[in-house]
Write a protein that binds this ligand. Sequence first.
Ligand code: UDP
Length: 329
Amino acid sequence: MGKSVLITGAAGFLGSHLCDRFYKEGFRVLAMDNLITGNLKNIEHLFGKENFEFYHHDVSKYVHVSGELDYILHFASPASPIDYLKIPIQTLKVGSLGTHNLLGLAKAKNARMLIASTSEVYGDPMVHPQTEEYYGNVNPVGPRGVYDEAKRFQEAMTMAYHTYHGLETRIVRIFNTYGPRMRLNDGRVLPAFIGQALRGEDLTVFGDGSQTRSFCYVDDLIEGIYRLLFSDYAYPVNIGNPDEITISQFAEEIIKLTGTNQKVVYKPLPKDDPMQRQPNTDKAREILGWEAKVSRAEGLKITYDYFKSLSKEELFTKDHNNFEGYIKK
Ligand code: UDP
């Protein structure tokens, strides 16, 4: 039998793309999700396949997996500022307790564990672009604190298992990523703008739109994660596309792409919204021979086609989890 991988957050945006990649590479894929923010539709096509199993479970509780396990990819977490406000405690728990449970499982199974960290560990960064050596500028008690601090704790815990127990661990710091299967209503800027264009609403730019982000297409990210897992580097590696853009420019790009007649409206900037973000990807290039390949123009076109293919109902409702029948408890 091939090697087996446990992917948490498997029904989410990144988790589902990881399931596809590892399944395609011949792994036995154990997919786990509590479906708070995940959507089974993202992995529906894998149900019934011989090397794919789904477990409806919250990894903040004790995690049991029978048999051998070679790799764990911990991607369970809410990942948008609106989710942190709605489910702050779950966000803290999955990054802290969830990570601890999975590290324990990795140790018991002698599995290699990769954790999904984030550019949010740099907070509102004073160093630009952000290198892995920068320690960050995080407000622990602000709205993003529940995510940022959970992820920082997650990195510390993972490193402690690596140094104290000799566990094989990998840490990817993920910068803004986009692509098909992003949740339409999670409040992140790309689904927000495209959703607004498709519904005939104005595009909401927060603040004056001068804040920057650097958007990476999902296929590039997955390739970087795949290479990192099989590298021998245990310290954090940034994976992202360094092509930086202001949010105002981004809104203009979406208006052009979608051909909407709507305009931009300005809303207050949320608290602790980082002013600038751009990955320094020298490490990824040197250690993994990786760099982003998909341009924003190409990636946005594919992503727009995905959002266009959603039904009217999906476009207008927030309730999308109705696959209970498939779930193995
Ligand atoms: N943003 C915006 N309009 C929206 C949603 C987000 O202008 O409808 C801005 C947000 O304030 C931030 C940037 O877009 O500066 C990226 O936001 P997102 O929530 O996608 O991710 P972040 O990188 O802030 O975690």
